[in-house]
Ligand binder design. Structure first.
Ligand code: IPM
Ligand code: MG
Length: 370
């Protein structure tokens, strides 16, 4: 049966293809048991694409990504390609997709699931029940700012430079995503920058403050310097509801926040663009963990972050809240039953492979829909 839900699956490198394989089983399950079918295309990105096509992402793949409802991305990179220059690194695949599809709002939730409360390196009483959302700007700032480069100085030494830049429009559109999310949660938004040191940070603070007064006076807004935010995230992470921040600070703070939850292997993310006239947003979903080349091919990677990314895809791109919650519930129950991949292994639990974890999630799904 023809379906109007178009997905592009881009497994990428390292553990990407392994964990994506388990998600494909969940997608098959949804087709069979929930009669939700997707039109799925798959393509190469990252090192895999460099090897086959000489470039991290071809224009054809970017066009395919533009034509679908949602992109499910794995991970890219690995030591094999580490010596390539900036003009052709596997990471360019994800940066190009963010930029070309206009995916400016990167949503990175950090949620502590009760069965994993002891997996965090922080004390359980500090992280228990944590439910935090970081909204990271993802098409601007120092990642893309011009001028950038390395120049040779008259004395023959070199100077490398990058530019942090944010316009009113870029700040407003990502701040709106933060305010809107806060309204659906605990109604608190913390905006993070370095307004004490950087002009672009001061502008960020002024624009967010003005937008708050104009459009979101009902949301509780606070401002924090990025260094203080890093400290507060470790000291008392539950003080935050939604954080909105720049590309670079968001990169750092979201890695930090992920470890509050115990493992990078657990966290999904969504990257969204502006909605068009029909309300459709371009969107890409990916786990926060990278390609983990050290464990790639061993069948031990945790597939849950990729599965939870698929759940986010159902929620944000297709409004399928029930199905998203069902997958999230199945993942939580598998953990509660004591199954663990190596990254979240705990005393008294059973250590299982990527595949067994995937099977267990499908079995839990069977139970709820039986
Ligand atoms: C991330 C990653 C990327 C980034 C890399 C792979 C380019 O660290 O998604 O956080 O820095 O944005
Ligand atoms: Mg990162």
């Amino acid at each position: 049966m023809a379906s109007n839900k178009k997905l592009l699956v881009l497994p990428g490198d390292g553990i990407g293809p392994e964990v994506m394989g388990e998600v494909r089983r969940v997608i098959d399950w949804m087709d069979k048991r929930r009669h939700v079918s997707f039109d799925i295309g798959e393509d190469l990105v990252g090192g895999a694409s460099i090897d086959a096509r000489g470039i991290a992402i071809t224009e054809a793949v970017v066009e395919r990504a533009k034509s679908v409802d949602a992109v499910l991305f794995g991970s890219v990179g690995g030591p094999k390609w580490d010596t390539l220059g900036f003009a052709n690194r596997p990471e360019l695949a994800i940066l190009t997709l963010r930029k070309e599809l206009g995916l400016f709002a990167n949503l990175r939730p950090a949620t502590v699931l009760e069965p994993l409360v002891d997996a965090s390196t922080l004390k359980p009483e500090v992280v228990r029940g944590l439910d935090l959302m970081i909204v990271r700007e993802s098409t601007g700032g120092i990642y893309f700012g011009e001028p950038r480069g390395v120049e040779t100085l008259p004395d023959g030494s070199k100077r490398g430079f990058n530019t942090e830049t944010y316009s009113t429009m870029e700040i407003e559109r990502v701040a709106r995503v933060g305010f809107d999310l806060a309204r659906k949660r605990q109604n608190r938004l913390c905006s993070v920058e370095k307004a004490n040191v950087m002009e672009s940070g001061l502008l960020w603070r002024q624009v967010v403050t003005a937008l708050h007064q104009r459009e979101y006076p009902d949301v509780e807004l606070s401002h924090m310097y990025a260094d203080n935010c890093a400290m507060q995230l470790v000291r008392n992470p539950r003080q935050f509801d939604v954080i909105v921040t720049t590309n670079l600070f968001g990169d750092l703070l979201s890695d930090l926040a992920s470890m509050l939850t115990g493992s990078l292997g657990m966290l999904p993310s969504a990257t969204l663009g502006l909605a068009d006239e029909s309300g459709r947003r371009r969107a890409l979903y990916e786990p926060i963990h990278g390609s983990a080349p050290d464990i790639a091919g061993k069948g031990i990677a945790n597939p849950l972050a990729q599965m939870l990314s698929f759940a986010m895809l159902l929620r944000y791109s297709f409004d399928m809240e029930d199905d998203a919650a069902m997958i999230e519930g199945a993942c939580t129950r598998v953990l509660a039953s004591g199954l663990r991949t190596a990254d979240i292994m705990a005393p008294g639990c059973a250590r299982v492979s990527t595949h067994v974890m995937g099977e267990a999630v499908v079995r839990e799904l069977d139970k709820v829909s039986a």
